[in-house]
Ligand binder design. Structure first.
Ligand code: FES
Length: 167
């Protein structure tokens, strides 16, 4: 008897910002070499990991990503000298901030992957997908909806309080 239960199993959405000069090339090499990594990753090419604005990460989460991965050149190899150090400093701050927001640290990851490390792309992506799968959906867009409602109630209660105080 065929199984008609077609309910799809949930898989996480991972947004990856890869530096053009190293990790993006490594991911390309992985593809050419048919190195298999999990398919649930959307790669965005940036010219340097230092170009990854903190807002990009927050927007990715806000738009429904369950995890964000940044890939850059190894320390000392950045084409723009110290873009990856800038990225590292921002990343440490962002990880603290997102943890305070209730986003688990495993949902945000920074890796140094050179152009020749195609297999490292596979290992990192698969490991991240596995960790985020265990955490489950982040669901930030839905959380935002309920935060909006909570804020409206809060705003309303403040307005009412102000009216009473001025009576
Ligand atoms: S050019 Fe790759 S991290 Fe700066």
């Amino acid at each position: 008897m065929p199984n008609h239960n077609t309910e799809k199993q949930w898989t996480p959405k991972i947004v990856a910002f890869f530096c053009n000069w190293c990790t993006y090339t490594a991911a390309d090499l992985a593809g050419v070499s048919r190195i298999k990594h999990a398919p649930n990753i959307r790669v965005i090419r940036v010219m340097c990991s230092g170009r990854v604005d903190p807002q990009f990460l927050l927007d990715a989460f806000a738009k429904g990503a369950d995890g964000v991965l940044i890939g850059g050149c190894h320390p000392g190899d950045c084409h723009y000298i110290e873009g990856n150090y800038k990225c590292l400093r921002r990343f440490q701050l962002l990880q603290k901030m997102t943890t305070d927001m209730g986003i688990e640290p495993d949902r945000l990851r920074l890796e140094w992957i050179s152009a020749s490390e195609g297999d490292k792309v596979r290992v990192v992506v698969n490991d991240m997908v596995s960790k985020v799968t265990k955490l489950g959906p982040l669901g930030l867009p839905d959380k935002f909806k309920s935060w909006d409602e909570e804020m409206k109630i809060f705003e309303h209660s403040i307005e009412e309080k102000e009216v009473f105080e001025h009576v």
